[in-house]
Design a protein around this ligand. Structure first.
Ligand code: ADP
Ligand code: NI
Length: 215
């Protein structure tokens, strides 16, 4: 189903992104982008953020993700092809560059309301039931075990050490996913995060009980 939007620039850009990542298997597929776009719209509405920027930045946020290995300049070129003007493209690129989580002890850089909205939307899609599915899909795509009882979580203090982490998927909950609810910027996202967070806690508790044969 091709992406549809009543703004032709957003539609063209969305379709370009969609074409580039359909069927991706590590949790960065088109449907992740689509969910983040929808959440960003919802949060932007409540927070009074600039909708055009939030929508483009949500669609753009993973185009140059370090894990996907696309050359710098890809995002600017795709925005230009879609008819987005230079100043807007620079704002969107700047927001996208600062979105990613960089480690438990690494502070976020979030310059503007629109950046905070999209970062919150991206992080909501990393937690809750979808977050559980994505963590194990990502771990599987990298050959990681689902859990190793000998491990302890590492609170990474640099992006480099976070990137190099080889932890099991279950450790990822402690190293990132359980930290996200408290790092939401906007009240709208914080409210959505609360329930998603509680769901993940119940999931991990149940996982560990089953692991021990207690449940
Ligand atoms: P984002 O889209 O927020 O930038 P990432 O690109 O870091 O997130 O990761 C994509 C998805 O894979 C997220 O749901 C994330 O939590 C998950 N993920 C990232 N690193 C790991 C890991 N080491 N183990 C399991 N899941 C991971
Ligand atoms: Ni993302």
């Amino acid at each position: 189903m091709p992406f549809v939007h009543d703004d032709p620039r957003i539609e063209a850009f969305g379709r370009r992104v969609q074409a580039s990542c359909s069927g991706e298997g590590s949790g960065h597929d088109w449907w992740h982008i689509w969910r983040v776009w929808r959440l960003a719209r919802r949060i932007a509405e409540t927070e009074g953020a600039e909708m055009y920027i939030c929508e483009l930045a949500a669609l753009a946020h993973d185009v140059e993700d370090h894990k996907l290995g696309r050359p710098p300049g890809t995002l600017a070129a795709w925005l230009e092809e879609a008819g987005v003007d230079g100043p807007t493209a620079r704002r969107v690129t700047d927001i996208a560059r600062r979105i990613s989580f960089r480690g438990a002890q690494v502070a976020d850089e979030t310059p503007c309301l629109e950046g905070r909205v999209v970062q919150d939307a991206d992080r909501l899609d990393a937690i809750g039931a979808i977050g559980v599915a994505r963590a194990f899909a990502y771990g599987g795509s990298r050959g990681r075990p689902i859990y190793d009882p000998g491990e302890t979580p590492i609170m990474h203090d640099s992006f480099e050490s976070y990137r190099r982490s080889r932890s099991s998927s279950l450790m990822h909950f402690y190293e990132k996913l359980f930290l996200l609810a408290d790092r939401m910027h906007t009240p709208a996202a914080r409210a959505l995060a609360r329930e998603r967070h509680a769901f993940m806690e119940a999931f991990v508790q149940r996982f560990l009980d089953e692991w021990e044969g207690l449940a």
